[in-house]
Write a protein that binds this ligand. Sequence first.
Ligand SMILES: CC(C)(COP(=O)(O)OP(=O)(O)OC[C@H]1O[C@@H](n2cnc3c(N)ncnc32)[C@H](O)[C@@H]1OP(=O)(O)O)[C@@H](O)C(=O)NCCC(=O)NCCS
Length: 228
Amino acid sequence: MHSGVDEDADDENEGDHDEGHDAAIHVLRLLVDETAATPLRMSVSCRSGADVTTFQAETSLISERLILSPLRPEDAEEMVDVLADETLHEYIDGHPLTFDELRARYRELAAGSSRPDEIWLNWIVRRRSDARALGTVQATITGDDAMRTAFVAWVIGVSWQRNGYASEAARALVMWLRKHGVREIIAHVHPDNRASAIVAARAGLEPTGDEADGEQVWRTAVPPPTMV
Ligand SMILES: CC(C)(COP(=O)(O)OP(=O)(O)OC[C@H]1O[C@@H](n2cnc3c(N)ncnc32)[C@H](O)[C@@H]1OP(=O)(O)O)[C@@H](O)C(=O)NCCC(=O)NCCS
């Protein structure tokens, strides 16, 4: 049975699980076990129809220092402080939410999109060493079997910024999406948001000349269609 953890992004670090930090790992295991109990699956076919893979919204992604665990409504308790700073909204819409507002929002996100052609995937970015929540990453997947597109975004709490966490989390997310057959990955980045542009580039996205609501469109290069 699937463990709910996708460790392929960081195979060389698997041994870290056994080296101390027992309490933190126990918390991480609980997070993984809880989320693994409620699978949300969908099939994604590549253009050739030959390669069918499966999305699992409950999957935790592991990188060198981070675990991305699927967002749950109860994460609002920890995240309300992580996201409390107004400066996080310098280049993105909104403002810091109260605990009640954030929990209501997380309930909506965890319930998923009501549209059959759209999937919402949201993860809490946690430090593996102590399970500390640092931020979030998200992917909204649209399209049909012939061409899936993921719109991605990232936020790291001010206290943990400039440690490479967003770059590491975004790389793990983009690798996972590509591995699962998403051919086009897009981020909308405000032209003055230098940090986010660096994160997008490190995740393998490239700036385009396109603009959406005043933001620059960054996207992965689309690989050529598979020859049948
Ligand atoms: C964008 C964001 C996620 C980056 O998080 P982070 O964990 O600090 O990112 P990283 O540590 O991976 O840093 C990426 C690069 O940006 C640089 N950087 C970070 N903050 C910066 C800032 N305020 N101004 C300029 N550069 C900055 C880092 O120094 C790093 O470059 P370096 O490795 O050459 O030093 C974070 O600033 C944030 O949450 N911003 C608010 C939300 C947001 O705008 N999200 C983007 C939506 S598209």
